[in-house]
Design a protein around this ligand. Sequence first.
Ligand SMILES: [Cu+2]
Length: 632
Amino acid sequence: MDALTPTEIEAAVAVLKRERVADENTRYPMVTLAELPKAEVLGWKPGQPFRRFALVVLYRQGRTSEALVDLNGQKVAWSVERPGVHPSIMQEEWDRARAATLADAKWRAAMAKRGYRDFRNVDCTPLPAGPFRNEAYGSRRILKVPCYDTSNQLHPLVGRPIEGVTAVVDVTAGEVIDVVDSGLVVALQPPPQAYGRDWPAPRPPALPVGIVAPQGSNIRLSGAVEIAWHDWSFHLRADRRAGMVLSLVRFADGAERRLIAYQLSVAELFVPYMDPDPAWGYRTHVDAGELGLGYLISSLERGRDCPHQAAYVDLLYPSDKGGVFKAPRAVCLFERATGDPAWRHYDADAERADSRPEIELVARMIPTIGNYDYVIDYVFQNRGDITIRVGATGIDAVRSAAAADLEAPSAKAETAHGALVAPFTVAPYHDHYVSFRLDLDIDGQENSFIADTFVLERLQPPNPRRSIWRLASERLEREGAITANHAGAVWRIVNEKRKNRLKYATGYEIAQGHMVQSTLAEDDSAQARAAFSKNPLWVTVYDPRQRWAAGDYPNQSVKAEGLSTYVADGASAANADLVAWYTLGFRHVTRAEDFPVLPTRWHQFTLRPIHFFDRDPSGNLNPSFAPKAPSQ
Ligand SMILES: [Cu+2]
């Protein structure tokens, strides 16, 4: 399960060139580990030889192909053309789009209408093109480019957006093929306080509060990269698109290391803006497929993004040109005392509480996707829970407005699709949908999905109660979206062949946390290509080729791909190798408190044992986990 090493990446590229599948002009939007069949992985014993394969997406002058390279045999196992698709955007394309825009005469003329004749203080940030079913760009590879006035600013992302003008760049030709001028001209006002260099001065430091492990760490790291912490163990690797990928998640139950999840990873991130302006309507980002969370992973700051004593893991990613780049401190792993009781009970007779302090393990990455930073955490707890959390922070995408406040004459129109977050600054409303691919393998691969719903049971006299609820359990027979009665349901994946001591099928609940369903129309191409966002949960039968909620190539796509096509054959889901896909998300109604920076906004859900164990696995927590009380 280890990520490809630099030697393997270079070897894969060399084999492709030698067999003339690639040449000097080929770019590599993806070079990643092609996993071996599950049986081969699970049957492997340390010391045995094993096979290694690289899955490569190649891009050369408008043509996309895929190849599988056998790294042991040093040969191309297969290669295939993929006509009509667009792989993720590459670094040189961003650079080319920015340069082409700044040099274009038509764009300069549109900017002159807004008072710009010199461009020293103008910066441009290319964006994915979005789906464009009705535009005349054909199959060209496009970036759309809005620009910002950066005079008096330190940070281009918080520059003043120059409204009304979007350059459309064919990044293969390196030329601007269209300049969309909506005619909107917003006279630029002075930047609001707290923009750029007016960031508020930090308050004086408070007395220190921290997370310390004075006698060392309980986390054990080995290989590239195996993690063991208390009863938990898992493997972590880097992927350009998913960021960190967790595999072979096990819990030591007595002498047995029981498999819970074969793999956990982000499967897509969809952020559609709700602004009809042509300069905004295309902003319907599908970040993992268009860009890549690993590609945009940001280095973690010691003592700020994670505690000082965290273990920081550097990760290596393949570059667009077939080389390797290193992301220093790409992932952190740390344990923390939450300050909460893991469990407790107060004994009134004895006048004392028996309780245990809670300690948990966090595995964290923070991809920075343009203006947004997503703190993505997998939190492991002694009670057997894995809580998956996403914290959205960073900077709201904003547009310039004429209104200083809501009483200004232009405010009503300017806040129809967003809120003023600062004077002259509107943050358009939008959604965030994060799809998690949860390949749960509860005590093995033969699993079933059961939804327990709450139904009203009427009671008759002489019973003084008139109603109670009872559980109605339904097993999912065919793969598909979970649409019926899902609010409040207990969703669980069980192994009907393995029983706990009470003879319940062992299982894990996908405990509903924050979830959101898209309400966009089916005939909106933004919705079509992110069809997964229509449902909070999908269950599919494992297929190693099905990894991405919006499909392999959502960039510029107008088609429904991914989950909606994965379930189309309705494969039997009873006692099958199941994959659950959970849509975590929120509707972002922007507000003044999102400014100058969005305070981290957390959303989460939990994987929780249900009859998996014979009893609470945290019942045996040692009271000595308690830190010594500070001397008074
Ligand atoms: Cu947001």
